[in-house]
Design a protein around this ligand. Structure first.
Ligand SMILES: CC(C)(COP(=O)(O)OP(=O)(O)OC[C@H]1O[C@@H](n2cnc3c(N)ncnc32)[C@H](O)[C@@H]1OP(=O)(O)O)[C@@H](O)C(=O)NCCC(=O)NCCS
Length: 256
């Protein structure tokens, strides 16, 4: 395992994937690389990341989850690459493959507009210590790698529902899936939301993909299912499953 860049206690080598999430630990965290750095209202969360023994993906030592207030061109390009590659790998993030970056770009722009206006949050996860990847251009001094995954946390436009938000477009680049980063992203996102005073996070998944178990570990449970609401292709209708995470009830899933 790589040295813990956060200076915080680490799990043992045999610890479960992403099990040691700590709430918004900014003290002692490595310096945020320039250019993709957080804005003043940015929250951070760090976690030790110990991949499952059978993981075939690169091994990371730790991961950090950050809320990004302003996205510069370098990060924008990285997000576009992730979203496009995840879509083409069959991930359910709003597109049916094949897609090219020019098709994804308008959706990214619209999402980033809401982030820059302060309506929505962009939350990213980056790893420390992947031996097979070059350091990010701006991460050479700190050892933090390029952003590997992200999600949006969308503001609820209803005045009576400001105690919860939607989680959208949860994704990890295919090169990094299966290393625990998705779980760390969800945990860190939940910590950031809880620190901001939110009580619940809601999201929807496409039924039949097995994603419910991934989300259940982070505390998201099914509350509704709309049969056939998603038409992937003619003759291929899927249920839309609504999941809810009560932020103050998380924990048992993450430690069991
Ligand atoms: C879903 C996703 C974000 C998970 O990220 P990840 O980094 O690959 O996940 P992790 O490595 O943290 O996996 C944590 C656990 O969830 C499981 N899991 C991950 N993706 C899963 C999936 N699609 N279906 C079922 N289980 C899954 C893993 O097997 C792992 O279990 P394990 O600890 O027993 O091995 C990522 O696979 C992805 O980007 N998928 C494509 C986009 C997508 O479909 N997003 C969901 C939108 S609702």
């Amino acid at each position: 395992m790589s040295p813990d860049p956060t200076g915080a206690a680490t799990t043992g080598e045999d610890g479960p994937v992403g099990s040691s999430m700590r709430p918004s630990a900014t003290d002692g965290a490595a310096e945020t690389p320039g250019g993709v750095g957080p804005s003043g209202d940015t929250a951070q969360s760090t976690a030790d990341l110990v991949p499952a023994e059978e993981a075939t993906r690169p091994v990371f030592g730790a991961a950090r989850v950050e809320r990004i207030g302003h996205v510069d061109p370098v990060l924008r390009a990285r997000l576009l690459t992730i979203w496009t590659d995840v879509s083409n790998a069959g991930g359910w993030v709003g597109f049916v493959p094949p897609v090219v970056e020019a098709q994804v770009a308008p959706a990214l722009e619209a999402a980033l507009q809401r982030v820059h206006h302060g309506r929505d949050w962009l939350v990213v996860v980056r790893a420390w210590g992947d031996p097979e990847e070059p350091l990010a251009d701006d991460g050479a001094a700190s050892g933090w790698r390029d952003v590997a995954g992200f999600a949006f946390v969308a503001a609820n436009d209803r005045l009576l529902s400001e105690h919860w938000r939607w989680v959208l477009r949860v994704q990890v680049h295919p090169d990094h899936q299966g290393s625990g980063l998705g779980a760390v992203l969800l945990d860190g996102l939940g910590d950031i939301a809880q620190d901001a005073g939110l009580e619940m996070l809601h999201l929807t998944v496409r039924g039949g993909e097995g994603l419910e178990s991934f989300y259940a570990r982070a505390g998201y449970h099914e509350v509704a299912r709309i049969p056939g609401a998603i038409r992937v292709a003619p003759g291929d209708d899927r249920d839309q499953v609504v999941l809810v995470c009560r932020l103050d009830e998380r924990g048992t899933e993450r430690t069991s």
